[in-house]
Ligand binder design. Structure first.
Ligand code: F0G
Length: 466
């Protein structure tokens, strides 16, 4: 029996309302075994592989037709009910049912903007480029859309403790939802490899935060050991309910396009839960008849954390090639991605591809997204860096419509941004020789005497420089 299911069956559960998930089924992505949720942990009892929620969920029966669903979801946008104001629970017909009407822990997540990126489009060589900015979620990353669902289930199942290993955003999100839901949060993060914005969030939201002297993959290993000994509920993206919530970003995106399907959706890859979730949503929307074609879903990784890229290129997606991860985009510094099989499946089903980008390409793309007045954290910028390569390769055609999924807010990692603009981002990284490539985007703060003349001189210079 795998660790997580051992936990769920062996631990003494606190007295709590019974889960009302009896009609939700979980299926193993490895051996295909199907189990009712009440009898299942977070991994397959038979083979230990990951589980996924079986679609369609029972709440779709009798099947609602596509037009009814579209109208219902649109109508809820003017409702005052917390569940309707959530950009996740608004789509509850395609989520596992919580059972209790007011059971959701919600911070009104989702409802994120779709921006046109006109300057970035010129840089990348495409005509129609958009950003779905998941960094505009309540805690500043896409994790909130999954966390509202999985944390609500944790509370409904009566858990007092929830836990995660994280590169920073999962922990920030989990800490917030745990606090809102009256639960305790245990956070395991790699020491010295977390952006300060994220670390400060977990502290403020009151989680017990442990900085372990290891990397993300090491934190995951320790977490798996902890859950054997303590009744804590894991809120990493191995938790299938997280991915159900994260599906809604794709549904909301389609709604924002008035159900016209973009040609390409490009997403950063770390532990690979998000790409899996978005792909699952597109496939389900097609199955439900809400769309008739699929966007090509492509995953971009940092060169230094390229396990999926290598897995696809060297084994055709058959066998994971773990790597020793290293990148300044700390959110995706992951070498042993848990959801790689799910990601391979959606790449194949949608006809997407994988690409890797260098540290310098990430830094440049991040500044370009910033200069479009949007901004994002470094991990999100791999999408634009990757798009440039996909256009050069001819995989993305200039006339096609492309959506970048920006996963985290600019303010998550201010240190990266400041170092970039001051010109010291690449110091000591081995990439110093390429620093010149970043010059055109750098805008270092200018220290001046407190005089109008000094400011006017700077203005004139800036005007001349264009
Ligand atoms: N972008 C950001 C900003 C992230 O925080 C992450 C993952 C990803 C992309 C990759 O998403 O793992 O679903 O492929 N962050 C996790 C964390 C691992 O712990 O916050 P993924």
């Amino acid at each position: 029996m795998c660790l997580l299911s051992f936990l769920n069956t062996q631990m003494s559960r606190p007295v709590a309302p019974q889960p009302k998930l009896d009609d939700t089924l979980l299926r193993c992505i490895g051996c295909g075994a199907v189990t009712p949720v009440a009898e299942s942990g977070l991994a397959c009892d038979t083979c230990g592989d990951l589980l996924e929620v079986v679609f369609p969920p029972p709440s779709v029966k009798p099947p609602l037709d596509a037009a009814t669903l579209k109208a219902l979801w649109r109508e809820r946008r003017s409702s005052q009910l917390p569940a309707d104001q959530s950009g996740v629970w608004r789509f509850r017909e395609v989520l596992p049912s919580l059972g209790e009407e007011h059971g959701a822990i919600t911070l009104r997540e989702g409802n994120t903007p779709l921006y046109e990126l006109s300057r970035c489009a010129r840089v990348a060589g495409v005509e129609h480029l958009y950003a779905k900015h998941q960094g505009m979620n309540p805690t500043g990353s896409f994790k909130d859309t999954g966390m509202t669902v999985a944390a609500s289930f944790a509370r409904q199942e009566g858990f007092h403790w929830v836990a995660c290993a994280s590169t920073g955003n999962t922990s920030a999100s989990m800490a917030a939802y745990a606090a809102r839901g009256g639960m305790r949060g245990l956070v395991l993060i790699p020491e010295g490899q977390i952006a300060w914005g994220k670390l400060s969030q977990t502290l403020d939201y009151g989680a017990v935060t442990c900085q372990l002297k290891t990397d993300f993959d090491g934190c995951m290993r320790v977490l798996n050991e902890v859950v054997q000994r303590m009744p804590v509920y894991v809120l990493n993206s191995v938790n299938p309910y997280r991915l159900e919530g994260q599906k809604t970003a794709a549904i909301e995106l389609l709604e924002q396009f008035d159900w016209e399907v973009p040609d390409h959706v490009i997403v950063p890859g770390g532990n690979l839960g998000n790409s899996s979730a978005l792909g699952k949503a597109f496939l389900e929307m097609k199955e439900l008849g809400l769309i008739s074609t699929l966007p090509k879903l492509s995953v971009i990784q940092a060169e230094g954390a390229n396990a999926l890229v290598r897995t696809i290129r060297e084994t055709g997606g058959k066998k994971l090639i773990p790597v020793q991860a290293n990148t300044m985009a700390t959110a995706i510094r992951i070498g042993n991605p848990a959801s790689w099989k799910k990601a391979v499946r959606v790449l194949e089903a949608t006809g997407g591809t994988v690409e890797q980008v260098s540290e310098v390409e990430i830094a440049l793309a991040k500044a370009e997204i910033g200069a479009d007045g949007i901004g994002c954290e470094p991990a999100s910028a791999v999408t634009l860096a990757g798009l440039k390569k996909l256009v050069k390769q001819g995989f993305v055609k200039p006339r096609e419509t492309v959506v970048l999924i920006l996963t985290g807010h600019l303010l998550k990692d201010p240190e990266f941004t400041l170092k970039f603009h001051r010109g010291d981002l690449l110091a000591g990284t081995g990439y110093e020789k390429e620093a010149g490539l970043l010059n055109a985007q750098q805008r270092a703060p200018i220290v001046l005497d407190a005089s109008m003349d000094a400011v006017l001189r700077v203005l004139e210079q800036a005007e001349r420089a264009g």
